[in-house]
Ligand binder design. Sequence first.
Ligand code: PMP
Length: 377
Amino acid sequence: GAARVRQLPGGGLAGLLRDGVPPGTVNLAVGTPAFPDTPPELVDAACAALRAGVHQYQDPAGVPALRERIAAGLPAAPDPDTEITVTVGGSEGLCVALLAAVDPGDEVIVLEPCYENFLSAVALAGGRVRPVPLRAPDWSLDPAELAAAMGPRTRAIILNSPSNPTGQLLGHQDLAVIAELCERWDVTVVSDEVYADYVYDGRQHCSAAEVPGLAERSIVVGSFSKSHAISGWRLGFLRAPARWTELLRQIHVATTAGAPAAFQHAAAAVDLHGPGRQQRSAAMAARRDSAVALLRDAGFHCAAPAGGCYVLAGIDGLTDEPSPAFVRTLLQEAGVLLAPATSFFADPRRGERQVRVAFNRPAETLDTARRRLLART
Ligand code: PMP
């Protein structure tokens, strides 16, 4: 096969989805939503769309009514005709963005730890990952480390706020620093904002598309997988300036010819940004609190994530085992599966002292995890 396939990371978490886990396991490893429940009106609308005969290709850029709905929910009023493209999940959006922005050999800055598909998307585009470390416990960005990593070879930077796996947010100040550096080196920004709906403690999500200096060079990746608990529907979007959108749509057409038609119609028929959005976020904040409390009580070290659906926890006080072995031990001894952080680093060894916990789960699941982990200590 092609060399780019060998560049792909090991795919630890995709393996978990494929292989399954022993029955009775409390699986806090993968981010597949088990909470909140999928909005029933979306399910009704999808059935109605199928019964109404929505079975064929649509406008590859996305059903216009859905693009309008997406645009209406975003800051700084994007034009749905020229700045929004519906994609097959954020996963396609990421790959399309990297393919559009990066030539083979170009450097792409990735803030690390990061979502593992950032590494894959860069590899598929033939780019080279330049990791910039974020430091425990709060995983905030050090502007000096970023400045030191950027230069004439930098073609793009991938941002992710709220972050998977850290739950960290990029605030206005971080984004202003990033904007200045990206202007200096003429760098394209791929801003993964798929967790934008989940921001806690009165904080606000700040999109790259609303920051002067960043907006005109940013491709924003969005998704309904987590915000509306429909990860299997494969619905996401790209928001980018018109000249970028033209390029993105060319690649999107060449790779997928469009996202699933009936599901697009369903999402277009429902108020995606209604009060349910705040309710889901408030409920997720409560899950965050439970997850942080159970981890600390069980001897892990973690900062409370400011957003997203994950917490990255240190295992130094608990074990000398590297995280992949420790995760297997926990599975055997407590029936609780966590994700080793090795998937979230360009060099997996850097993730041997942390695990990631997905807390988009029903309260009972988190309670069971708590009982099992505390029984072990
Ligand atoms: N970006 C991030 C940061 C994610 O965590 C995920 C899903 N885990 C995605 C993108 C892609 O999700 P999807 O393709 O389901 O929209």
